[in-house]
Design a protein around this ligand. Structure first.
Ligand SMILES: [Ca+2]
Ligand SMILES: [Ca+2]
Length: 216
């Protein structure tokens, strides 16, 4: 989360024009914006996405955001960010890798005005997220079982290989820590199991010039 301000600074862009709603129905631009962070896992299956922002009397929704089958998590993030931002010029959107961010201007500060953003695949119950008190709301958007792209050995799903992956596995195996998001991500040595051997494999890869994870 510490990188978010920098990311927003770099990638922030206000989408202007092509709004389906008149600008004067959007919330006023006041401090203490509400923020959401989303992360998309996997690729699009082509069935499309839906989202809805509800904030007091305001409601901005789209139930048919089309994303071609096979589109990457980044492409899904771009499509959703563009769709949401296009509904209201006061919504600021940015995208970084498989993550995307929204900011909605503060709305009078009353709990009943705290906005909800719901997001999901078209035709399925969406997942909703409320950034209470202007705090950022983080929501992982799972797109499981649809051509999931697995980076073998990336146990912590950071999209990179590092010693953190070995630490993650050791914590999982010996200390009751969280499991890798997908078994394939924990399976660095490609034997279809997640064991301490995978942590050893990552250590050997990172520090001793061993082979890169593959074949999970
Ligand atoms: Ca990693
Ligand atoms: Ca293994």
């Amino acid at each position: 989360m510490q990188i978010l301000p920098a990311l927003l600074l770099v990638f922030k862009s206000v989408i202007i024009g092509s709004s389906v709603l008149a600008q004067d129905v959007c919330p006023p631009d006041l401090p203490n914006d509400y923020e959401w962070e989303f992360r998309v896992f996997g690729t699009s299956d082509g069935s499309g996405y839906s989202w809805c922002i509800n904030a007091d009397a305001y409601s901005f929704c789209d139930s048919n955001v089309a994303v071609p089958a096979g589109a990457s998590a980044h492409d899904v993030a771009v499509a959703l960010a563009a769709s949401i931002a296009a509904q209201c010029p006061n919504v600021t959107a940015s995208v970084f890798l498989d993550r995307f961010y929204f900011q909605l201007p503060y709305m009078n500060g009353h709990p009943e005005n705290w906005p909800t953003l719901c997001l999901g695949r078209a035709g399925e119950a969406p997942t909703c997220c409320v950034p209470f008190g202007g705090q950022i709301c983080v929501l992982d958007v799972e797109i499981e079982n649809y051509n999931y792209s697995c980076k073998c050995g990336d146990a912590d799903h950071s999209l990179t290989w590092s010693i953190s992956d070995a630490v993650f596995l050791i914590n999982y195996i010996f200390a009751g820590g969280p499991a890798p998001r997908r078994d394939c991500e924990g399976d660095a040595d490609g034997n279809k199991l997640v064991t301490i051997s995978d942590a050893v494999y990552m250590i050997n890869f990172i520090f001793s010039g061993g082979p890169a994870p593959a074949g999970c």
